[in-house]
Write a protein that binds this ligand. Structure first.
Ligand code: GUN
Ligand code: ZN
Length: 428
């Protein structure tokens, strides 16, 4: 059955980085969902008249957007989010690896996958790209959890064959073979997409990177996700481990792990050569601002990266990031933009959290926009969800000023409704 949702339907169809940001957007009065897809945008009166059979949901002043797309996170780290006092490598060894050890147990993996996807949906995130653990069971768990919720999901077995504890190491061969088997089982099944997932160069031997590069070459439509240049200590360690590499990116490039569909988490401390190569091949830089501040990694220069033509997405990076909310991620993106000299417009922040992330995942024809024909994965935001936010948005002169307090101060209380493939899953 068709559903007509009335509210402030905010369609950022243009690119808010190439002209005046507000001109990239149009506000419609209603959006029509049919057969799980976006069927029309228009005035409420016109769409009601043309579709008298449609069930009407009137959300008043709520702002309706594509569901948020979290382009880099770790569902197995939900249980150790907000762990105190360590920088990247110590944080991995102290908190992350012991927790990831538990995911050989399918029951535990399923429970954490269910919990994480429910937290994401409560925060208006309808698609995630998640790392799993080295255990194939952890991949099955998250794809099953996503399928049961109708969600588009990107995930893959996290491969590590060195610099990780016993119990969390595979080998070059087993990483390749397990990934291939999981890819064949899940990629393209319903809304699942398999991501080839070397954790990062310090935890893979050159042989493992090579094996995963070969797998990607055989399945170029799969995404490939990893980490790149997050902390300066890590960059120095990579230089020691790969003495012949020109730079960190080269450790991926020489093993077939640089290309379109590559998702490079963090990508903060890049050389000019690395930036040139990422732009040339169309690899995506995934900005994880709440993680970068929490773990103390550094300031990603969004203004410079967008100006030089990079593809950029946004992500929570939970549990390095300390929030499941893409609103919080947008707020941190704004704050880091201020620290690096580029105050980002709300249209740019919202576009990055939807279309930018969807383009990074090469899924923008399905999610991340309000284009007719896209899957109806939607979020409705209440622009007056708390007293503090309401008193500010009441004084606003336009939709941007009305919405910006929710971007900066909002949390899941601002999420008035979430639709996955046309079905309302929260807020009804
Ligand atoms: N680098 C390698 N693994 C990780 C991880 O799990 N989280 C973050 N933030 N960085 C990483
Ligand atoms: Zn990460």
């Amino acid at each position: 059955m068709a559903e007509l949702i009335c509210g402030q339907v905010l369609d950022i169809a243009g690119d808010p980085f190439t002209g005046p940001p507000e001109e990239a957007a149009t506000v419609h009065g209603a959006i029509l969902i049919e057969d799980g897809r976006i069927a029309a945008l228009g005035t409420a009166a016109d769409l009601r008249a043309a579709h008298p059979q449609a069930r009407v949901t009137d959300l008043g002043r709520a702002v309706i957007l594509p569901g948020f797309v979290d382009a880099h996170m770790h569902y197995p780290q939900t249980g150790m989010i907000a762990s105190w006092g360590k920088r990247l490598i110590d944080w991995l060894n102290t908190y992350t690896f012991p927790e990831e050890m538990k995911f050989g147990d399918p029951a535990y993996a399923c429970a954490q996958a269910d919990l994480t996807l429910d937290l994401a949906l409560a925060n208006g995130t309808t698609t995630l790209a998640s790392f799993c653990t080295i255990h194939p069971e952890s991949v099955d768990a998250v794809f099953a959890a996503a399928a049961s919720r109708g969600m588009a999901m990107v995930a893959g077995k996290t491969c590590m064959d060195r610099n990780a504890p016993e119990g969390l190491r595979d080998t070059a061969q087993s990483a390749h073979d397990d990934s291939k088997r999981l890819l064949e089982a899940w990629h393209g099944r319903g809304r699942a997409r398999y991501a080839i997932t070397p954790r990062f160069s310090p935890t893979s031997t050159p042989e493992q990177l090579e094996a995963l590069g070969a797998l990607w070459a055989a399945h170029p439509d799969c995404p490939m996700q990893t980490h790149l240049s997050e902390q300066r200590d890590e960059v120095a360690w990579v230089a020691e481990l790969f003495p012949d590499a020109r730079d960190y990116l080269d450790t991926y490039e020489t093993h077939g792990l640089l290309g379109a569909g590559g998702l490079y988490g963090h990508a903060i401390h890049l050389t000019a050569r690395e930036r040139d190569r990422l732009r040339e091949v169309g690899g995506a830089l995934i900005h994880c601002p709440t993680s970068n501040t929490f773990i103390g990694s550094g300031l990603f220069d969004m203004g410079a990266r967008v100006a030089e033509g990079q593809l950029v997405g946004l992500a929570t990076d939970t549990g390095g990031g300390s929030s499941f909310s893409m609103l919080r991620v947008m707020a941190a993106t704004y704050e880091i933009g201020q620290l690096t000299g580029t105050p980002l417009h709300p249209a740019q922040l919202l576009w990055l959290a939807t279309t930018g992330s969807a383009r990074s995942l090469r899924m923008a024809d399905e999610i991340g926009t309000l284009a007719v024909g896209s899957v109806a994965d939607l979020v409705a935001l209440d622009p007056a969800s708390t007293t503090a936010i309401a008193q500010r948005s009441e004084r606003a002169d336009d939709i941007w000023e009305a919405l910006f307090p929710t971007i900066m101060m909002g949390d899941e209380r601002a999420v008035a409704g979430v639709w996955v493939a046309g079905d309302r899953v929260t807020g009804s």
